[in-house]
Design a protein around this ligand. Structure first.
Ligand code: IPE
Ligand code: IPE
Ligand code: MG
Length: 231
């Protein structure tokens, strides 16, 4: 049975389908998903989990219609501006993973403010993956390693981890909502030994009760890390 849960990573999928089922525009689903993320993240940190990573926007999501991309970017700005005080008060450090290029100036500014305002916080880390791609993250890490002339003879997985967008502990548990069973380029390096879970609910409905169910699943998993099963 798994005994600890340090780092949870969530692929927040299904906002569009959630809205479509209600005959509402996709953007309504994104708004509800964003509200859910606020409540859910506080609940997760209240469980004593130290690291939460969430997939907000992939590098590939720039291939969506401009209106949807613009809506999402506006939503991010509004959310970061509105919520940074709450994360600050709750002693949660907010960090970002992803490429800055292609992001609007106001989005970068809102990201920088919430990062700066929460950087001293120590209770937990909230890693927002925005304009994020797992393969790009590895490519960007290699570029930094070359630029810094790191002694590659002594390169280890831990040292490479240090050059990723954020130097975080390994992901223990990946949750992807909406029933899709793929990683879509999310935290490929950090999830090498993660347990995977694909609940059948859309993200706006993935509430505290659903998270409790996920925890139950996780703590019944047998994490062997290559060893023989211990009874
Ligand atoms: C996830 O929901 C949010 C983002 C990718 C930004 P989707 O927008 O992918 O919703 P579906 O998968 O189309 O239902
Ligand atoms: C992954 O969801 C990205 C986010 C949740 C932000 P997508 O809906 O973009 O993934 P695909 O296209 O179904 O693989
Ligand atoms: Mg989707």
């Amino acid at each position: 049975m798994a005994s600890t849960l340090n780092h949870v990573a969530i692929i927040m999928d299904g906002n569009g389908r959630w809205a479509k089922e209600k005959n509402m525009p996709r953007t309504y689903g994104h708004k509800k998903g964003s509200e859910n993320l606020r409540d859910l993240s506080f609940y997760i940190f209240d469980q004593g989990i130290k690291y939460l990573s969430v997939y907000c926007f992939s590098t590939e999501n720039f291939n969506r219609p401009k209106e949807e991309v613009d809506f999402l970017m506006n939503l991010f700005v509004e959310k970061f501006q509105k919520e940074f005080k709450e994360y600050k008060k709750k002693n949660i450090r907010v960090v970002f993973s992803g490429r800055r290029e292609n992001l609007r100036e106001d989005v970068l500014e809102a990201m920088d403010t919430i990062t700066e305002e929460t950087k001293q916080n120590t209770r937990a880390t909230f890693n927002l993956c925005l304009n994020y791609g797992g393969q790009y993250e590895i490519v960007d890490a290699i570029k930094k390693i070359i630029a810094e002339k790191v002694d590659v003879k002594n390169l280890t997985p831990e040292i490479l981890n240090h050059y990723l967008y954020q130097d975080l502990p390994p992901v223990d548990f990946v949750i992807r909502t909406s029933g899709e069973k793929r990683l879509s380029n999310f935290m490929l390096y950090q999830s090498s030994y993660a347990e995977l879970y694909f609940p059948d609910v859309y993200f706006p409905d993935f509430d505290q009760k659903e998270f409790d169910k996920a925890l139950d699943v996780y703590f019944h998993r047998d994490r062997r890390f290559g060893k023989i099963e211990e009874k």
